[in-house]
Write a protein that binds this ligand. Structure first.
Ligand code: HEM
Length: 122
């Protein structure tokens, strides 16, 4: 069976998606602050590798060494924004809808390690 990475068209498509994704995240006022002081060039490279690995079915090294834990902590809302921009970036890179869904399913289990601030009742 072909991996999600193969269905998507390989690492060059992932690199394209990641570039588009950071353009969006950095122009979003609710997210940009998290990336102050971050070397975006390096982050893009690392994320392309991480993402390609996840889409190949490899376990993600999130929550272990190398995973960023930016201040002031990530809530579910910011996570949701990021996933929305990821979906937009995938569509703009002409990734088919079925592969887009598979990609979001592959990323979804990582939420537990990414969201650092527990939800509170409002
Ligand atoms: C599926 C969702 C996400 C995954 C899998 C993920 C994973 C990671 C990983 C593995 C790194 C380290 C990369 C490296 O070694 O260079 C990282 C860095 C970072 N992430 Fe995420 N992340 C996610 C969502 C988010 C969200 C929602 C935010 C903020 C709202 C965020 C902000 C950051 C920042 C600012 C860094 C860089 C920290 C630094 O400067 O070292 N991430 N992320």
């Amino acid at each position: 069976m072909r991996t999600v990475l193969e269905q998507m068209g390989g690492e060059s498509v992932v690199s394209d998606v990641v570039t588009r994704f950071y353009e969006k995240a950095l122009s979003e006022p609710r997210l940009a602050g998290y990336f102050h002081g971050t070397n975006i060039h390096l982050l893009r490279e690392h994320q392309t590798r991480l993402f390609a690995g996840v889409l190949r079915g490899e376990p993600a090294p999130v929550g272990q060494e190398g995973a960023g834990t930016p201040d002031p902590g990530i809530h579910y809302d910011e996570y949701g924004l990021v996933i929305g921009y990821l979906a937009d970036a995938l569509r703009e890179s002409a990734v088919p809808e079925t592969v887009l869904s598979e990609t979001l399913f592959a990323v979804a289990p990582l939420a537990r390690d990414v969201i650092t601030v527990p939800a509170v009742a409002r």
